[in-house]
Design a binder for this molecule. Structure first.
Ligand SMILES: NC(=O)c1ccc[n+]([C@@H]2O[C@H](COP(=O)([O-])OP(=O)(O)OC[C@H]3O[C@@H](n4cnc5c(N)ncnc54)[C@H](O)[C@@H]3O)[C@@H](O)[C@H]2O)c1
Ligand SMILES: [Zn+2]
Ligand SMILES: [Zn+2]
Length: 368
């Protein structure tokens, strides 16, 4: 079928919205009609050429939500009409990682997904007979996409898809970092560095876990105000002295849980240093630049601090994304506050511009 899609032709150039071909879903695959898709930093990062594993041409986009249009052979978990959130982090429920509760890093289709192909090693996207590679196994800057059923989370059909799409990446990453990676305990003190989509999600997750104090750090007062709206009890403008300030605010001890959501390795170090002696857990969500390293004084670890990393917030996509959406539907998470701009697919580059200027938290492409 012919579909409209935003193609990355060349790194550093605007995406080109055009007509491409999409083949039928093959074994275990599903045709999804996108209704909404968030524009995320990872899309921009790849488009810029900064991602060393990036490739072109490809159809970007990974924060998608839509409706199942058709299914290929041997699809048992979704059917036409189901509402789904796309998962760049799939859940096959069978691999050695999926059957172990310690991780959400499914191994089933990793290799092919990283190369830009569906699990059988081929692409469904093409143009003039030449294949176009998929991006993150999702390619949701498009009217339709074909994805494996293990990478689709079936959600409450009542959930508005322009909000649900945010659970496909940033929001779940932040929520999950607090709820599933760190497993924040009730009554605890948390410090969240960064108040973008991920950090704000971590603030909300810490609140849902019953944290008593949630201190959010950012460079922007406007974003700190949003953090307050998500449940931050105190806010701080970040700087060189942030660790000292946090220690001062916590009787010299630091926070039980710290979260880094900036991608800056200096802030990651602050997150480790601001974690409490004895049991403080510092969770890293940000993606650092190529070749950058995290500098930690080992004594901080000997005295009981721990460092964790979190991919997609440790969320097992098919099981837990629907549960998080349910909590939104129950009124536990204020998702509306994150949706700052609504754009059309043809305006996708405007979404990048807005992100570049830190204008709003998320622009969402509306396909309806
Ligand atoms: N681990 C994952 O699976 C995953 C998923 C999505 C995004 N990410 C990463 O998470 C990070 C955050 O993503 P986002 O969408 O929220 O980004 P964002 O740019 O919207 O937010 C980052 C925030 O950090 C703040 N900041 C920058 N420097 C700071 C400093 N020195 N002190 C305090 N705050 C500072 C900025 O003002 C901004 O508000 C990025 O690195 C992104 O690549 C990781
Ligand atoms: Zn798996
Ligand atoms: Zn993302």
């Amino acid at each position: 079928m012919k579909i409209r899609a935003a193609v990355l032709e060349e790194f550093g150039q605007p995406l080109n919205v055009q007509e491409v071909d999409l083949a039928e879903p093959a074994d275990g695959e599903v045709l999804v009609r996108l209704e909404a898709c968030g524009v995320c930093h990872t899309d921009l990062y790849t488009a810029s050429g900064a991602d060393p594993s990036g490739y072109a041409p490809t159809v970007l986009g990974h924060e998608g939500a839509g409706v199942v249009e058709a299914t290929g052979p041997n699809v048992t978990d979704v059917q036409p009409g189901d509402h789904v959130v796309t998962l760049f982090s799939p859940q096959c429920r069978e691999c050695i990682h999926c059957i172990d509760p310690r991780t959400n890093l499914c191994l089933a289709i990793r290799d092919q997904q990283n190369k830009g192909y569906l699990p059988d090693g081929t692409a469904r996207l093409s143009r003039d007979g030449e294949p176009i590679r998929h991006f993150m196994g999702t390619s949701t800057f498009a009217q339709y996409t074909v994805m494996p059923q293990i990478a689709l989370a079936r959600i409450d059909p009542e959930a508005p898809l322009d909000r649900a799409c945010l659970f496909a990446c940033g929001l779940s990453t932040g929520l999950g970092a607090a709820m599933f990676t760190a497993k924040v305990g009730p009554g605890s003190t948390c410090a969240v560095f960064g108040a973008g989509m991920v950090g704000l999600g971590a603030v909300a997750g810490a609140r849902l876990q019953g944290a008593e104090r949630i201190i959010c750090v950012d460079l922007s007062q406007e974003r700190l105000d949003l953090a307050t709206g998500q449940g931050a009890t105190e806010t701080l403008i970040g700087g060189e002295d942030t660790v000292d300030k946090l220690l001062e605010m916590t009787d010299g001890f630091g926070a039980d849980y710290t979260f880094e959501a900036t991608g800056n390795v200096n802030v990651m170090r602050q997150a480790v240093e601001a974690a409490r002696m004895g049991w403080g857990l510092a969770t890293m969500c940000g993606v650092a630049g190529k070749g950058e390293t995290l500098d930690v004084v080992p004594r901080l670890l000997i005295t009981g601090r721990r460092v964790a990393g979190s991919s997609f917030g440790g969320v097992t996509g098919r099981d837990q994304v629907p549960q998080l959406v349910n909590r939104y539907m129950a009124g536990d998470i204020d998702v509306d506050a994150f949706l700052s701009h609504r754009i059309t697919l043809d305006e996708v580059n405007k979404g990048f511009d807005l992100m570049h200027h830190q204008d709003g938290i998320r622009s969402v492409i509306d396909f309806t």
